[in-house]
Design a protein around this ligand. Structure first.
Ligand SMILES: Cc1ncc(COP(=O)(O)O)c(C=O)c1O
Length: 369
């Protein structure tokens, strides 16, 4: 086993020339509204929907806790519905809440970039007959245009999960509303993102790029800046438009090339880990079809120790999401268990099969100890 990585596995993204291909033009503003990130997208959508006093939004019990914080800030009433062990939506729990409350919106997540099974999607689509709106959080999926399996009245993403780019594309099912969304791109209703978050992030990515590509500077320089950027991000109060420079990046990035790399890495990891008794998959399919996952999520005992051991080998794995300290989570045992055991294996454009080999080798080495 080659014991050397070209660069660490995991961590924030940096720029690389291969991001841009001037022969490609994605014409991304023609697809929907471009804002500066998931947070702005959620603010925008909830603002468009506009809640009356007794109307509530249903949230999944497994989610990024920053979504809950935002909903609280916006003073919108919410309730959680249940998610099962495999991250499927518990339909009965949604039905019970609808019977009890004045539900205006169901917010759901395409976990790790996977669409929900057909029966769940059918149930959700039928909620429209009850005048319930669907917000589809497709943040963990890599896409730039409407996909045929989207069912949300609103669908959004966040490019910073996949690229060193701050942007979110918001789509809408209804043609008329979609045209209004597209028009908003050219109007100055919202300010362009160029705030403290954006500036810290730009600088951090620049310094990381130099560190990775030329070995100039120190890790701590960019790590501090990423931290400061993160703090500023959650101080944002307004909906912000995408920064123009980042819109340009989005228009010229070779999405198919990146998706292909992701599929190759995913498939390799699947094959290597599928017979490991100590690892449980959340996703069952080896064939990705129309799914383009953010990471390869696994469930594992002693997750925190394993994560720490891997860090000694320059492998920094994220956790999607840490919910153990959330007050409400104790009512949702499946979500709590997933949160305690989940570990995300990066499979993105930065890594080739030999990097995946290294990752799997180290993981297996720790597991058989
Ligand atoms: C599923 C999901 N939705 C929405 C968000 C918010 O996106 P952003 O971080 O761009 O605000 C996140 C953030 O991690 C997320 O994981």
């Amino acid at each position: 086993m080659n014991n050397k990585l070209k660069y660490p596995i995991g961590g924030e993204f940096w720029f690389q020339d291969e991001f841009q291909d001037k022969d490609i033009y994605n014409n991304i503003e023609n697809e929907g509204l471009l804002l500066s990130g998931g947070e702005s997208a959620i603010r925008f959508i909830l603002n468009e929907i506009s809640f009356e006093n007794d109307e509530i939004i249903l949230l999944p019990s497994y989610l990024c806790p920053t979504i809950v914080e935002l909903i609280k800030k916006l003073n919108i009433k919410y309730k959680f519905y249940n998610i099962n062990k495999k991250l499927d939506i518990d339909i009965v729990s949604i039905e019970n809440l609808i019977n009890k409350y004045n539900v205006k919106v169901v917010f759901f997540i395409d976990y790790f970039g996977f669409f929900h099974k057909e029966s769940t999607r059918k149930f959700l689509k039928n909620l429209k007959l009850k005048n319930i709106l669907l917000i589809e959080d497709a943040v963990q999926k890599f896409w730039i245009k409407w996909e045929k399996k989207f069912i949300g009245d609103y669908v959004f993403n966040s490019y910073r999960k996949f690229l060193p780019i701050d942007g979110s594309l918001i789509l809408c099912r209804e043609n008329e509303s979609l045209n209004i969304l597209k028009k908003l791109n050219s109007l100055s209703r919202y300010k362009e993102a160029n705030d403290k978050y954006f500036k810290f992030m730009e600088k951090a990515r620049d310094i990381k790029t130099k560190f990775i590509s030329q070995n100039i500077g120190y890790e701590n320089d960019y790590l501090n800046l990423f931290n400061r950027a993160n703090i500023e991000y959650y101080k944002r109060k307004n909906i912000l438009k995408i920064n123009l420079k980042h819109k340009r990046y989005l228009n010229h990035f070779p999405i198919n090339k990146f998706i292909k790399r992701r599929e190759e890495n995913y498939s390799y990891v699947f094959k290597q880990l599928k017979n490991m008794k100590k690892i449980t998959f959340l996703n069952q399919t080896e064939n990705l079809d129309d799914n383009t996952p953010l990471v390869f999520p696994i469930l594992i005992d002693n997750r925190d120790c394993i994560k720490k051991e891997l860090m000694k080998n320059q492998i920094y794995l994220p956790i999607h999401w840490n919910l153990e300290n959330e007050k409400w989570i104790n009512n949702f045992k499946n979500s709590l268990n997933i949160s305690k055991n989940i570990l995300s294996l990066p499979i993105d454009w930065r890594y080739e099969i030999k990097d995946m080999e290294f990752l799997i080798f180290k993981l297996k080495e720790i597991l058989i100890r």
